[in-house]
Design a protein around this ligand. Structure first.
Ligand code: FAD
Length: 454
């Protein structure tokens, strides 16, 4: 930052721990999950011990002209939870309180998924949450939050009933449907990091449901038939069943078609629903199993090799036409390659159901008419060098542009793409103007800012 800052002053104000580059734990508390942003390093990170620490740190940062940003799980695709000033590491705010009578669950603002699920399981209560252990609740719910059970249970933000927000002036507001309702509205899908730092969230949970899962894999040659039929299957599917229909490949390997699904019902029903896809072409792997809710959650756990990656999304209220599938498949065949085993590809996430039964203006999350979120992704390692990164990003831009003929520009703010043109309309749709009003009201000096901030 080019200035000498006395970080010990901050350390003296708070109960948490201030770490500087080189201190043990500094990297774990500040490093972006997406290694594409590995070079961005803060001057200091405060691992907060309490909600009060957050307010004190924000005030101190403003007085000392230090940019400040909140970090939950650090999983922002765009590296939005790291800056060159002060990072507030919220992982210490991870208390989860479950009230079995009301089925209300209060979650600390930095709670990660592994901690959340472990606290919910003994009660057999759940609300829609993420599928990776270290994704945290703040980024997830503030951007909407989509789970495989969202077609039945809605988005993570649809289950939110109250949240505490530390504002830019260091004061805390409790927000719900009737108190600070405009800020509450914005916290339901308007995107993390925009309005303040949320130190706690209360969700309405519900009893879990016995489930089943599927993992089906086909060869590249079967892709056109399987993708067309699987889209039809999902167009007809009840809300209880959601799937991720994907095509992906790593360097020097043939692409694989995958269907990973979660059904809130027995495997027998799931197998029946999948029959047309199984008949379209014989999969080389077909696992369809009864599971408890908790086993299904584990089965759908997101495994990744990490490294650097980029994702861009589009949406469609109906199946992609054959020409759209052909275009996307041709792009995967032409992927320039990298050393990252996660490779590249595209996936159709089935949305709809309960997600679409909420009016567009009721929460900040605007995409209430989507059947498939089309997610296009690529990955590399920083050691691959700048040319590989550039070629991969150009490939993604090209694929995104080509798919504009078949799917809308509506994009998911939590699959954040720092290079997305027209991001205001794409992420926030008709809700952008109201989000901008809320921003002016609660953060008039734009203390909380990043390239795609409201
Ligand atoms: C492996 C992986 C799996 C994923 N799975 C899912 C999934 O199943 N469903 C889904 O919808 N998305 C999923 N995502 C996307 C995920 O929702 C977003 O990346 C989300 O923003 C991550 O939240 P985080 O707190 O971990 O990230 P961070 O990078 O810490 O935060 C993201 C943004 O939110 C802000 N923020 C974080 N916490 C707070 C807070 N308490 N108050 C105010 N602002 C805050 C940060 O400043 C930043 O701008 C996944 C991402 C990854 C990398």
């Amino acid at each position: 930052m080019g200035r000498v800052i006395d970080w010990s002053k901050l350390g003296g104000l708070v109960d948490g721990f201030v770490r500087l580059p080189g201190d043990p734990g500094f990297d774990a508390a500040s490093r972006p999950f997406n290694r594409r942003f590995a070079d961005v390093r803060p001057a200091a990170v405060l691992s907060v011990a309490s909600a009060a620490d957050v307010g004190k740190a924000i005030v101190w940062a403003r007085e000392n002209d230090v940019p400040v940003v909140a970090r939950g799980g650090g999983h922002s695709y765009a590296g939005n939870s790291v800056n060159t000033g002060l990072v507030l590491d919220l992982r210490g705010l991870d208390e989860v309180r479950v009230d079995p009578a009301s089925e209300l669950v209060t979650v600390g603002g930095g709670t990660r998924m592994a901690t959340l699920y472990a606290a919910l399981e003994p009660y057999d209560l759940a609300f829609p949450a993420g599928n990776a252990d270290d994704v945290a609740i703040g980024g997830l719910v503030l951007g909407g939050g989509v789970a495989a059970v969202s077609r039945s249970f809605g988005l993570t933000c649809d289950s939110l009933v109250e949240t505490d927000v530390v504002l830019a002036d260091g004061t805390t507001l409790t927000c719900d449907e009737t108190h600070n309702a405009d800020l509450f509205w914005a916290c339901r899908g308007g995107g993390g990091g925009n309005f303040g730092v949320n130190t706690s969230f209360t969700f309405q949970a519900r009893p879990v449901i016995a489930s089943s899962t599927c993992l089906l894999l086909w060869r590249r040659a079967d892709a056109p038939d399987v993708l067309a039929v699987m889209q039809e299957v999902m167009e007809r599917a009840p809300d209880e069943f959601a799937a991720r229909i994907g095509v992906s490949r790593a360097a020097d390997e043939e692409a694989v078609v995958s269907v990973v699904g979660w059904h809130l019902g027995p495997a027998e029903e799931l197998r029946e629903m999948l029959r047309p896809a199984l008949a379209a072409a014989e999969p080389f792997r077909a696992d369809i199993e009864d599971r408890t809710y908790w086993e299904a959650k584990d089965y759908l756990h997101h495994n990744t090799a990490g490294g650097a990656f980029a994702v861009r999304t589009r949406s469609t209220p109906k199946a992609l036409p054959d020409a759209g599938l052909t275009t996307a498949l041709a792009a995967v065949d032409a992927w320039p390659g990298s050393s990252n085993p996660d490779g590249a590809g595209f996936a159709l996430f089935t949305w709809g159901g309960a997600i679409n039964r909420v009016p567009v203006a009721e929460t900040a999350f605007p995409h209430r008419d989507v059947l498939f979120l089309l997610s296009m992704d690529t990955s590399w390692h920083t050691a691959d060098g700048p040319d590989v990164a550039r070629d991969n990003l150009a490939w993604l831009t090209d694929l995104h542009e080509r798919m504009g003929e078949f799917a809308s520009d509506a994009a998911y703010v939590n699959f954040t793409d720092p290079d997305l043109p027209d991001w205001r309309a794409a992420y926030h749709g008709p809700n952008y103007a109201r989000l901008a009003e809320v921003k002016r009201r609660y953060d008039p000096d734009r203390v909380f800012r990043f390239p795609q901030a409201i």
